[in-house]
Design a binder for this molecule. Structure first.
Ligand code: ATP
Ligand code: MG
Length: 254
């Protein structure tokens, strides 16, 4: 069995009009659920986008499943859910269609939908609790349900690595719980997860490691830091939905 890490970033640097990430070193191994935490604008999205080759590295290198990024061809092994759903575009796709599109990379074009495709889509819908909405237009769903649809699309592709950028931002508590269960299930089947979050909430018990990005560098890599502020108080059970403008309080002020 291969012991190659799932993802490695070595001395990664990214610059847009100015440097945004510098000397980022990150290794994610099979079965981990790694949370990337940090303030707005610290470089979290840039880091995971660089890891997937969506933004170029100015310095350093990335390996996916032991293969340098520039030679990596097995994109189907990765499921990616970006930070925000793009503007609707007016296409009245149903939930089932969107989730089914997660199977496209696994089919030859114009490949026929197989029983395996149908099973994977049904399993992904069930994992996020949207089975009964499969025939509804995505536009008729709440923001949290739309986010779950995108997560189901990524799950339907049966990736080995799931990369999610703020999958629970602005998502109601029930959706967060459903998502935490789906992640548990995904990892139990051998998956690896890298996700960006501001507040872990119900995800906290699923997370095996936290990476805190501060001002373009990794400031912490290890156990999940203790929450601070009112979230640290006993009895605060994180069942309420957080407003998007809530300050990131998970990695405290010491
Ligand atoms: N395409 C881009 N062009 C220029 N600058 C960018 C671009 N994308 C991000 N930036 C800048 O890079 C920095 C890091 O952005 P990034 O989106 O990675 O942060 P983040 O930690 O994900 O923030 P948030 O929590 O708000 O999602 C910010 O200063 C941002 O303005
Ligand atoms: Mg971001």
């Amino acid at each position: 069995m291969s012991t190659s890490p799932v993802l490695v970033i070595r001395h990664g640097a990214v610059a847009y009009d100015r440097p945004v990430l510098r000397d980022v070193n990150l290794t994610v191994t099979s079965g981990e659920v790694v949370a990337v935490l940090g303030a707005n604008g610290s470089g979290k999205s840039t880091m995971i986008r660089a890891a997937l080759g969506l933004v170029p590295l100015a310095e350093g290198e990335v390996e996916l499943f032991g293969t340098p990024l520039r030679r990596f061809r097995e994109r189907r092994r990765i499921g990616y859910v970006p930070q925000r759903l793009g503007a609707g575009g007016g296409v009245p796709a149903t939930v089932g269609e969107v989730v089914g599109s997660g199977r496209l990379a696994r089919r030859g074009f114009p490949g026929r939908r197989t029983a395996e495709d149908r099973q994977a889509v049904a399993g992904a819908l069930a994992a996020v609790g949207l089975t009964d909405r499969a025939n509804d237009p995505v536009a008729s769903l709440s923001g949290g349900q739309q986010q779950r649809t995108l997560i189901a699309r990524a799950l339907a592709g049966q990736p080995d690595l799931l990369v999610l950028d703020e999958p629970t931002a602005g998502v109601d508590a029930a959706s967060q719980e459903a998502f935490a269960d789906a992640l548990r299930d995904f990892v139990a089947r051998g998956g690896t997860v890298l996700l960006v979050a501001h507040e872990l909430g119900p995800l906290q018990p699923v997370i095996t490691r936290a990476v805190v990005v501060h001002d373009g560098v990794i400031a912490h890599d290890g156990p999940v830091p203790h929450p601070s502020g009112h979230h640290a108080e006993p009895g605060h059970d994180h069942v309420h939905p957080h407003a998007p403008q809530d300050p990131p309080s998970i990695w405290g002020r010491e």
